[in-house]
Design a protein around this ligand. Structure first.
Ligand SMILES: C=C(O[C@H]1C=CC=C(C(=O)O)[C@@H]1O)C(=O)O
Length: 325
């Protein structure tokens, strides 16, 4: 049985049973909830059969542990050093390097309970979701990153990057630079569509789950005929890919040891009048006996590999602190 449960920020929680249909971004129905992988080659939308108010583990499909490749910390650190060492040769200024962190799921945990806990904790700051199907297993997350949302007269986007664990720590040049790459990229892509009344905020510090980020907001007007083109060109932003964008994407695909799958892909709702499209961060795949958490960080030549490892640990707390609370 395929399942979809989600809660948009400050909206009601919804649970459906139905089917996940494989598609592509150009052929999605006018109104649907959809999910893609990082490359946007794997795209599914949901066709609902019934609205329900609950689900159980028996309704979900859990992939086996051997379906994901998990590098241990030492291999992650070696891989990250190698990743940074190639930046100059490949002309890369920033690229995101990610890892999969495996955590014992203690069989007793009902995913419905975990989902409700996440939905309650992140009610006003994330798209909280659970998707399940035999075609891709079960994924769950609480992502704070909006790619594009709103209506023709009030569209929103954001540049979210730079991470710290404590509010008191000052932002360093590394984080300011890494967010600025995202700010410039998002601004350019929006401007290419000739929007009206584009307003770009100053960068501010925001708390998202267990960590703090720098966030810049974009507000503008844009005819819906241009929404698809903008989604396609905005994603992947340098918050999940890098700079220069195409080089960073190839570099990530050939250097990360695992498949990112739905992590850093698109997820959300589209309809004729409204969009709520997010970038799938702070997410995990629920395996038979483990949670496989997907976490990454923006790498530049100034990155310190031990700090980057710690940053992925901190980000994983966004889900773990709620799951095991
Ligand atoms: C790639 C992730 O976060 C992105 C979003 C905010 C801050 C980030 C950073 O500081 O590296 C990342 O760009 C992730 O959570 O796995």
């Amino acid at each position: 049985m395929a399942c979809l449960a989600y809660q948009l920020p400050n909206e009601e929680l919804k649970i459906y049973k139905g089917i996940w249909v494989e598609s592509d971004l150009e052929r999605l129905p006018e109104h649907c909830f959809f999910i893609t992988d990082f490359t946007k080659k794997k795209v599914f939308y949901f066709e609902e059969n019934e609205t329900t108010d609950s689900f159980s583990n028996a309704d979900l499909v859990f992939n086996k542990e051997d379906s994901v490749f998990v590098a241990n910390e030492k291999a992650y650190l070696n891989g990250l050093q190698y990743f940074i060492d190639g930046f100059e040769m490949f002309g890369i200024q920033k690229a995101i390097f990610s890892r999969i962190k495996l955590v014992d799921r203690e069989q007793i945990i009902e995913m419905e309970t975990v989902f409700h806990r996440l939905a309650k904790t992140y009610k006003n700051q994330a798209l909280v979701y659970l998707v399940s199907d035999e075609k891709f297993g079960t994924w769950m997350g609480a992502t704070p990153e909006t790619l594009l949302s709103g209506t023709e007269n009030a569209m929103n986007s954001m540049a979210l990057a730079g991470t710290k664990r404590s509010e008191k720590t000052a932002w360093t040049k590394k984080e300011i630079d890494e967010q600025q790459y995202v700010v410039d990229f998002v601004k350019d892509k929006i401007n290419e569509q000739s929007p009206e009344n584009l307003v770009i905020s100053e960068a501010r510090t925001v708390k998202k789950g267990a960590v703090y980020h720098l966030q810049t907001d974009y507000q503008f007007k844009l005819e819906r005929q241009k929404w698809n083109t903008l989604i396609q060109s905005l994603h992947p932003t340098p918050a999940v890919c890098g700079t220069p964008s195409d080089l960073a994407k190839d570099y990530i695909l050939s250097n990360e040891p695992h498949d990112r799958d739905f992590y850093t892909g698109l997820i959300g709702l589209k309809s004729q009048k409204e969009l709520a499209v997010y970038v799938n961060l702070r997410c995990m795949q629920v395996l038979e006996e483990h949670f496989a958490l997907y976490v990454g960080g923006g790498i530049t030549l100034s990155s310190d590999i031990a700090k980057e490892l710690q940053e992925t640990e901190d980000k994983s707390e966004t889900l773990l602190s709620v799951i095991f609370s």
